[in-house]
Every structure is written in structure tokens, then in C-alpha cells.
Design a protein around this ligand. Structure first.
Ligand code: HEC
Ligand code: HEC
Ligand code: HEC
Ligand code: HEC
Ligand code: HEC
Ligand code: HEC
Ligand code: HEC
Ligand code: HEC
Ligand code: HEC
Ligand code: HEC
Length: 428
């Protein structure tokens, strides 16, 4: 017979296992783990400072002080512009912007040196895709999302002319057989400046003088004789040309005493002996000849005159300001040849020097007026700078623009760009 007592004896009442070591001493263990954690944390903080949190090392540019996280980070806050500006100074993109973006939106820290300065189109398009500006009269197009949909460059827009006040005819100089002494090429007048971005300015002495010598002899309007030797006028303002001519007249008189002594008589071909004309004193002599020499330089050039005989005249090339009262010196209009056309972009000739000039300036040989703007339109750039094509030259906004416009002077701005030569990129 089975008694319930026996059955009951077989039942186990210790259903819960005996507490093991850890369960029994959980408070102690917990405390030890916590203390160990704090100790490790303190050790790491002491030895590695705060680098145990690092998502990636601080970029190389910042490595020298990268250990001092606090120069950029404040606890429980995103890195603020003020921290960066502490070292880099305040930076202005546009005084018309509606909000100031965060430095970290564009410059990614802890992802290596490249990430710090590789900025895609996105941060720019965020504003320029649909630009809101505080400028009541926006100076620029307000919708630019890609280079493919980029507005035409300002100097290439309908009706914009080259306003330089210097007469120059590319077609004539490059193709006319009247230019006999040499074959002119682009390089005869346009050389890259040292930085390789722009062309050097045109200089009369280097690029024009050898064919357009300003030699004057003071031949009278009536065909009366001039000086027996030609005097070359200095190329400068009329105020400075006058004393220079005066000095050269004296030198000429020393070298050629016959200037003082001989003169045409009334009888053709027969010369009377001294004294020459009315100029007995040096002062008379200079006053008379300076007038004749200056007339030869400053009489305006008229189109029907044979060109080559008048190519010394200032106003063959220059404009004259106002009309000149007799006796006054003329005023030469400032030439105003633009040093830079695309003032809002950072184009560089050096980067494109493997290309022929005609790739981008194909119209020059057919251009006969200064007013022609022989610059490449956007479509020519888009043959190589193609959005979305893997073989393309770069098309991010940063390729052609600076963001931190610390100078409105493009000549200063361009020095700030990093140089990447075309050959390097082609060989990669
Ligand atoms: C030159 C400035 C600079 C220095 C120095 C720097 N950081 Fe940063 N760090 C940044 C920027 C910018 C971010 C991007 C996120 C943000 O705005 O907080 C960032 C992000 C981080 C993040 C990720 C936080 C998040 O919000 O995604 C951690 C963690 C971090 N940094 C740790 C450190 C530590 C640790 C150090 C020191 C060894 C350090 N950083 C030094 C600029 C810096
Ligand atoms: C303690 C000073 C300091 C702070 C703070 C600092 N930087 Fe710099 N930064 C430097 C120095 C030094 C260089 C390296 C010198 C150089 O390249 O001009 C540099 C380089 C850079 C460069 C690369 C410049 C180049 O021409 O290659 C960028 C971009 C930059 N910092 C952005 C930032 C941003 C964004 C912040 C804020 C998150 C920041 N920096 C905070 C000192 C600082
Ligand atoms: C909308 C994107 C953008 C923002 C926001 C931005 N940058 Fe830049 N940053 C650029 C671009 C693009 C370049 C490279 C071309 C240039 O120099 O303008 C650059 C270049 C730099 C350089 C290296 C060249 C130089 O001018 O010295 C530094 C340093 C720099 N930025 C610091 C900063 C700091 C500091 C801030 C925040 C106050 C900031 N940037 C905010 C886009 C940005
Ligand atoms: C926070 C908004 C904002 C961001 C981000 C921004 N821009 Fe601008 N940008 C402006 C404003 C506003 C103007 C001035 C508009 C005006 O003149 O009315 C401007 C003007 C310009 C101009 C014309 C400058 C001139 O000389 O007149 C260029 C080029 C330009 N931005 C390029 C860029 C590039 C490249 C980036 C990205 C690296 C960028 N912008 C990011 C707001 C922004
Ligand atoms: C004899 C000198 C001379 C030669 C040769 C010459 N140029 Fe010019 N070029 C000038 C002068 C002077 C100017 C400035 C006057 C003006 O704006 O037209 C100028 C201006 C330019 C401009 C500025 C935009 C414009 O049309 O005004 C371009 C582009 C140009 N030249 C390209 C060329 C190319 C390409 C060649 C070769 C096919 C060439 N030039 C040959 C003298 C020359
Ligand atoms: C290699 C010689 C040579 C050089 C260098 C040269 N020219 Fe000329 N230029 C000529 C000749 C030749 C003529 C006259 C052609 C004729 O008789 O029609 C001329 C004519 C002109 C004319 C009148 C053209 C017209 O269409 O009315 C101007 C203006 C002119 N040159 C300006 C310049 C300027 C500016 C420079 C320097 C940037 C320059 N030239 C350099 C040879 C040259
Ligand atoms: C064959 C064409 C030619 C002739 C002729 C010529 N010049 Fe020039 N002149 C130039 C060129 C090219 C420049 C340089 C353009 C520049 O500096 O912007 C120049 C520059 C000047 C300048 C500086 C202009 C400025 O804007 O800063 C003055 C002043 C000047 N010439 C005066 C004269 C005078 C006076 C004469 C006559 C004695 C003369 N030129 C004859 C082509 C000519
Ligand atoms: C391949 C070179 C190139 C690229 C890429 C490029 N631009 Fe431009 N951008 C230029 C040139 C060149 C100008 C004309 C400058 C001028 O007219 O003075 C210009 C002009 C501008 C202007 C002034 C427009 C106006 O109305 O005058 C703005 C704003 C501008 N670009 C923004 C951008 C933005 C944003 C991006 C990126 C989506 C970008 N650009 C990409 C070359 C480029
Ligand atoms: C990839 C296209 C391209 C090629 C190739 C090119 N140019 Fe240009 N050129 C331009 C652009 C864009 C400008 C306007 C740049 C500016 O003024 O901001 C320019 C401007 C000029 C100017 C006006 C002055 C200046 O520097 O801004 C002259 C002169 C000139 N180019 C001559 C030449 C000559 C000579 C060659 C051949 C050796 C040449 N270019 C090759 C695109 C080109
Ligand atoms: C025949 C092809 C070709 C044409 C046309 C061309 N480019 Fe480029 N360009 C290149 C190549 C290749 C590079 C170097 C690779 C790169 O930067 O992506 C380059 C680089 C550049 C750069 C960067 C320069 C630097 O400092 O790093 C600018 C800005 C630029 N081009 C503007 C222009 C503009 C503006 C035009 C039109 C007037 C133009 N390009 C026409 C091929 C071309």
C-alpha cells in the first residue's frame, strides 16, 4: 500500500536550486564590476585622454592638437562654428545669406584629410537650388542645381560686349597679308602668367611697338620737311611725352647741327645756309618742333588715311576724351581691358594648357572688332565637364568656385586654390 506520507516524502520541496555563488553575492559582484569600469574609464581617460570615443582619428590637418578634443567639442553639444572660427577666423560667403550653415555640414571631421576638404554639390545646392537671399535685387540666378543646368556665364549673355577702349582687330593681325614682317600667333601677344591662370596683360612695348613705332619727324601738313632724323616718342601720357620729346630734340640738335643751320629756300632743291628758320634760340627751336611733332602724334586718325603711315598716331588705337582746345594736350581714355572676365568663377588656363586655343576661342580669327567677346560659352565646357559621366572632368561646384569669399578680388582669390595639374589627372 502506498501512503500519502511516503508519497509526500518523495516530493521535493527545494524546487528552487540553491543560490550559486554569484547569485548569493550579486551586490558585491555588481559593485566590483562598477568599480572596475570606473577604474578602466579613468585609466583610459588618463592615458588616451578622450580618444576612446573617437569615431575615427582626427584629420591630419588637425592632428597636432587633435588630442585636445575640447578645442572643438563641448559636452553634450554639436561642434559649433565658433570653435572653428577661433582658429580659422570668421568667414563670409555672402552678406546676403539668410542663414549661416554649420562648418561641419561641409567639412567632415574624423574621416581623413580628404573628407575635410572634399565638398560635393549637395551643400551648395541646398541654397542655390532655390536661392533665398536677403538681397532685394539678387545679383545672380537663383536656381542652380547641377552644372548641366548651370546659367550661361555673365559675359556670354545676350548683348554683353567687350567694353575695352583699345581698338584692336584680331582678324587683321592674324590673317592679313599686310602684316608682312612676321606671322603672328596667339602666343605673340598672350602668354600665361606665372600662376598659369590668366594671360599676362597686353603691353605696348612688348606686343605692339615693333610694328607700330611712334617715330615722328614733324613733317608739315603742307608737306614741308621734317627733322632729318626720326624721334621715337615715349609711350605714355601726353604730359610725360612732352618733356621727353623736348629732351630728345636737344640730343638730335647736337647730333645733327644742320637742323639749326639748314632750311629749304624758296627755290626747290636749293638749301640756304644758316640760320635755320626763325628758331635762333634753343627755346624757339624746341617750341616750333614740339608743336609739329605732337601734331603728328595726336591728330586723330581718320579711316580713309593710308594706315601704315599713320600707325604711330595715338588715336589709331586709343580713344580721346572730349575735344581738345588748341594748345591743350589731349586726354587718352583709359583702356580698361578686363584682367578677368569670369569674376565669379575660378577658371584656369594652366589646367587646360594641353588644349589648343581654338577649342575655346574659335572665333578669334574671324573677330575684327574690340567689342567682340571671344570667350567660350558654357556649352564648350560641358563637352568635358559632364554631370554624371565617370570619364568626365569634375563637375562639383567646388571645381570652379570658392565658397569662402574672403576677398572680392578674383586675382587674390585664385592664389588660394590648390593646384592640380591636368597631366596628373590624365595619368591617373
Ligand atoms: C577639429 C575639431 C575636432 C576635434 C579636435 C575633435 N573633433 Fe570630434 N568631431 C568634430 C566634428 C566637426 C564632428 C561632427 C559631429 C558634430 O558636429 O558634433 C565630430 C564628431 C565626433 C563624435 C561623434 C559625435 C556625433 O555627434 O556624431 C565623437 C564621438 C567625437 N567627435 C569625439 C572626439 C574626440 C574623442 C576627440 C578628441 C580626441 C575629438 N572628437 C576631436 C570635430 C572635432
Ligand atoms: C586649434 C585651432 C583649430 C581649430 C579649433 C580648428 N582648426 Fe582647422 N586647421 C587648423 C590648422 C592648424 C590647420 C592646418 C593648417 C592649414 O592647412 O591651414 C587646419 C586645417 C583645416 C582645414 C584644411 C585646410 C587646407 O587648406 O587643407 C579645414 C577645412 C579646417 N581646418 C576646417 C576646420 C573646421 C571645420 C573646424 C571646426 C570643426 C576647425 N578646422 C577647427 C587649426 C584649427
Ligand atoms: C557650404 C559649404 C561650406 C561651409 C558651410 C564651410 N565651408 Fe569651408 N570650405 C568650403 C569649400 C568649398 C572650400 C574649398 C574652396 C574655398 O577655399 O573656398 C572650403 C575651404 C575651407 C578651408 C581651407 C581653405 C581656406 O580658405 O583657408 C578652411 C580652413 C575652411 N573651409 C574652414 C571653414 C570654417 C571654419 C567654416 C565654418 C565657419 C567653414 N569652412 C564652412 C565649403 C564650406
Ligand atoms: C546658406 C546658403 C548658401 C550656401 C550653403 C551656399 N551659398 Fe552661394 N550664395 C548664397 C547667397 C545668399 C549668395 C549671394 C546672392 C546675391 O548676391 O544676391 C551666394 C552667392 C554665390 C556665388 C556668387 C558670388 C559672387 O561673386 O557674387 C557663387 C559663385 C556661389 N554662391 C557659390 C556657392 C558654392 C560653390 C557653394 C557650396 C560650396 C555655395 N555657394 C553655398 C547662399 C549660399
Ligand atoms: C598682336 C597681338 C595679339 C594677337 C596676335 C592675339 N591677340 Fe588676343 N588680344 C589682343 C589685345 C590687344 C586684346 C585686348 C583688346 C580686346 O579686348 O579686344 C586681346 C584680347 C583677347 C581676348 C579677350 C576677349 C576679347 O575678345 O576681347 C581673347 C580671348 C583673345 N585675345 C584671344 C586670342 C587668341 C585665341 C589669339 C590667337 C588665335 C589671339 N588672341 C591673338 C592682342 C592679340
Ligand atoms: C607684326 C606687326 C604688328 C604687330 C605686332 C601689331 N600690329 Fe597692329 N597693325 C599691323 C599692320 C601691318 C597694320 C596695318 C594693316 C593695314 O595697312 O591695313 C596694323 C593695324 C593696326 C590697327 C588698325 C586696324 C584697323 O582695323 O583699323 C590697329 C588699331 C592696330 N594695328 C593695333 C595694334 C595693337 C594694339 C597691337 C599690339 C597689341 C598691334 N597692333 C600689334 C601690324 C602689327
Ligand atoms: C598700336 C596701338 C597703340 C598706339 C599707336 C598707342 N598706344 Fe597707348 N596703349 C596701347 C596698348 C596695347 C596699351 C596697354 C593697354 C593697357 O595697359 O591697358 C596702351 C596703354 C597706354 C596708356 C595707359 C592706359 C591705361 O589705361 O592705363 C596710355 C596713357 C597710352 N597708352 C598713351 C598713348 C599715347 C599718348 C599714344 C601716342 C603717343 C599711344 N598710347 C599710342 C596701344 C597703343
Ligand atoms: C565647370 C565649371 C563650373 C561648375 C562645375 C559650376 N560653375 Fe558656377 N559658374 C562657372 C562660371 C565660369 C561662372 C561665370 C562667372 C561669371 O559670370 O563671372 C559661374 C557662375 C555661377 C554663379 C553666378 C551666376 C550668375 O547669375 O552670374 C553661381 C551662383 C554659380 N555659378 C553657382 C554654381 C553652383 C551652385 C554649382 C554647382 C551645382 C556650379 N556653379 C558649378 C563655372 C562653373
Ligand atoms: C578650356 C577653354 C580655354 C582654352 C583652351 C583657352 N582659353 Fe583663354 N579663356 C578661357 C576662359 C573661360 C576665359 C575667361 C577667363 C576669365 O577671364 O576669367 C579665357 C580668357 C582668355 C583671355 C582674356 C584674358 C584673361 O586671361 O582673362 C585671353 C587673352 C585668352 N583667354 C587667350 C587664350 C589663349 C592664347 C589660349 C591658347 C594658349 C587660350 N586662351 C586657351 C577659356 C580657354
Ligand atoms: C577638352 C576638355 C575640357 C574642356 C573643353 C574644358 N575643361 Fe575644364 N578641365 C578639364 C580637365 C581634364 C580638367 C582636370 C580634371 C578635373 O579637374 O576634373 C579640368 C579642370 C578644370 C577646372 C579645375 C581647375 C583647378 O584649379 O583644379 C576648372 C575650374 C575648369 N576645368 C573649368 C572649365 C571651364 C570654365 C571650361 C569652359 C570654358 C572648361 N573647363 C572646359 C577638361 C576640359
Amino acid at each position: 500500500m502506498r501512503f500519502s506520507k511516503d508519497l509526500a516524502k518523495r516530493l521535493r520541496f527545494d524546487l528552487f536550486p540553491r543560490k550559486d555563488f554569484f547569485r548569493r553575492r550579486y551586490r558585491l559582484v555588481g559593485t566590483i564590476v562598477a568599480i572596475a569600469g570606473v577604474v578602466v574609464w579613468v585609466l583610459l581617460t588618463v592615458t588616451l585622454r578622450q580618444r576612446q570615443y573617437l569615431p575615427g582619428p582626427v584629420s591630419q590637418n588637425h592632428a597636432t592638437f587633435g588630442g585636445r578634443c575640447e578645442v572643438c567639442h563641448t559636452s553634450f553639444q554639436n561642434v559649433r562654428n565658433a570653435a572653428c572660427e577661433e582658429c580659422h577666423g570668421k568667414r563670409v560667403h555672402s552678406t546676403f545669406e539668410q542663414r549661416t550653415p554649420e562648418c561641419r555640414d561641409c567639412h567632415v571631421e574624423h574621416r581623413g584629410a580628404a573628407a575635410l576638404l572634399t565638398i560635393g554639390a549637395q551643400p551648395c545646392v541646398e541654397c542655390h537650388g532655390n536661392l533665398v537671399t536677403t538681397n532685394p535685387h539678387p545679383l545672380i540666378q537663383t536656381s542652380i542645381a547641377t552644372f548641366a543646368a548651370h546659367p550661361q556665364f555673365a559675359p556670354l549673355r545676350e548683348g554683353v560686349l567687350d567694353t575695352a577702349a583699345l581698338r584692336f582687330n584680331h582678324k587683321l593681325h592674324l590673317t592679313s597679308d599686310k602684316v608682312v614682317n612676321e606671322k603672328l600667333t596667339c602666343a605673340s601677344c598672350h602668354e600665361q602668367e606665372v600662376k598659369g591662370r590668366l594671360m599676362r596683360p597686353i603691353v605696348f612695348a612688348t606686343h605692339c611697338q615693333r610694328c607700330h613705332k611712334q617715330e615722328v619727324t614733324g613733317v608739315g601738313e603742307d608737306g614741308s620737311d621734317g627733322l632729318p632724323i626720326a624721334i621715337e616718342a615715349r609711350h605714355d601720357t601726353p604730359e610725360l611725352i612732352r618733356p621727353d620729346l623736348m629732351a630728345k630734340l636737344v640730343v638730335a640738335a647736337v647730333d645733327h647741327p644742320e637742323i639749326f643751320e639748314a632750311q629749304n629756300s624758296m627755290l626747290p632743291g636749293i638749301r640756304t645756309r644758316a640760320p635755320a628758320d626763325a628758331s635762333r634760340t634753343l627755346q624757339d627751336y624746341r617750341a616750333k618742333w614740339i608743336e609739329r611733332l605732337e601734331r603728328e602724334l595726336y591728330e586723330p586718325f581718320r579711316d580713309q588715311q593710308p594706315l601704315l603711315e599713320h600707325n604711330k598716331r595715338c588715336f589709331l588705337c586709343h580713344g580721346q576724351k572730349g575735344t581738345r582746345a588748341s594748345g591743350d594736350l589731349p586726354i587718352v581714355v583709359k583702356t580698361g581691358i578686363p584682367a578677368r572676365w569670369l569674376t565669379r568663377g575660378e577658371f584656369s588656363h594652366g589646367r587646360h594648357e594641353l588644349l589648343s586655343c581654338a577649342t575655346c576661342h574659335g572665333n578669334v580669327e574671324r573677330s575684327s572688332a574690340t567689342a567682340d567677346t571671344n570667350l567660350p560659352p558654357r556649352e564648350i565646357c560641358q563637352q568635358c565637364h559632364v554631370d554624371g559621366s565617370p570619364q568626365s572632368a569634375r563637375t562639383t561646384c567646388m571645381t570652379c568656385h570658392l565658397y569662402h569669399d574672403t576677398s572680392k578680388d578674383p586675382l587674390v582669390r585664385r592664389d588660394r586654390r590648390k593646384e592640380v595639374r591636368l597631366e596628373t589627372i590624365k595619368s591617373q
